[in-house]
Write a protein that binds this ligand. Sequence first.
Ligand code: FES
Ligand SMILES: [Fe+2]
Length: 375
Amino acid sequence: MLTIDPRCREQPYGDSVKTMNYLRNCWYAAMWSEALKRGALVAATLLDEPLVFFRDLMGQPVAMDDMCPHRLAPLRLGKLLPDGRVRCGYHGLEFASSGLCVKNPQGNGHIPPNCRVKTYRVVEKHTLVWIWMGDAAPDESLIPEFSYLDANSGYDVGRRDTITMDTHYRYIVDNLMDLSHASFLHDGLLGNEETIFADIQVRQEGPYVFVQRDMNNVRPPLLRDLLFKRDGANVNMWQNIRWSPPSAVLNDIGTYAPGTDRKDFSGQLGCHILTPATADTTLYHTAAARQGPLGAVAEEGDETFKARIAELRTFAFKEQDDPMLKAQLENIRKHPGATPRMLAIDAGPVRCQRILDALIAAEQKKSEPLKEPVP
Ligand code: FES
Ligand SMILES: [Fe+2]
């Protein structure tokens, strides 16, 4: 068990919301691949920067600043032309997918030197579009592992959602890595009073921090019961949540009958991949898949069942977590110097935030991007 670094007690909780605290030499999930359709410009603000995404003629994703170099009009109000160029909607300058201005339809057609839009490296992996917004050379090996989302993974992945959360992404990292809040904020749905007492184990493996809880012979919260036998009988269950910097989380849950083998379980893998939009808003990309050899057969048909599970998850995040986190952020903004009084349940979140702080500090000292977490 890790102990809490006392330095964290001296650090105002409001420090996390400073815009300068974005880690830039890393990958952020901009959107689900399915959300980036051919022939369309898709606007997204990430790390406080307005961007526009589209697919080039080969179908490859492209990201560029949402700002024309002429008079700084937003390109999202322009058009993606059939030849793959982006045309500004204000005076018609056209830009190739490299960002270079290749046509001025006005007057003599002269194109000023350095007339280009900034572009970013974009990669599709695990059915998500990832973007690298830092100055260092992009390293695709740093994209976190979410292979269960892949088309050929063998998992039946449910609805892919992106929820806009009304808080800074680092407070959602705290929320996710603090498994104890499920008993209160998600009482009856993801936890209950019988799950309060479970031990919390924190460990670090490579770039990942894990927080694990085992809860034995407890009344099942609704989601667990739905994914298991739907009889309300007591269960053993685990939750093992994995974070990697800056803000990608994999949640592995399993449920099995007391007195039986742990490998005869029914569970779920869920991703909670956070991308800061602004200092006050976060894009929360999430999708879950069943796992394990056991579990109730969906009575209503699998698609209906998957949709119900997706609805329950969205309800938990948007209707239960988000109002709490939004109100928490309002308090933090009113009291930027206030320091949190940490509990043992905060060991996981504190570990993640320490690593993130160290990575950001190293980056701001112009260090090379780090592959290994800072101990
Ligand atoms: S602002 Fe884009 S062409 Fe004028
Ligand atoms: Fe939650």
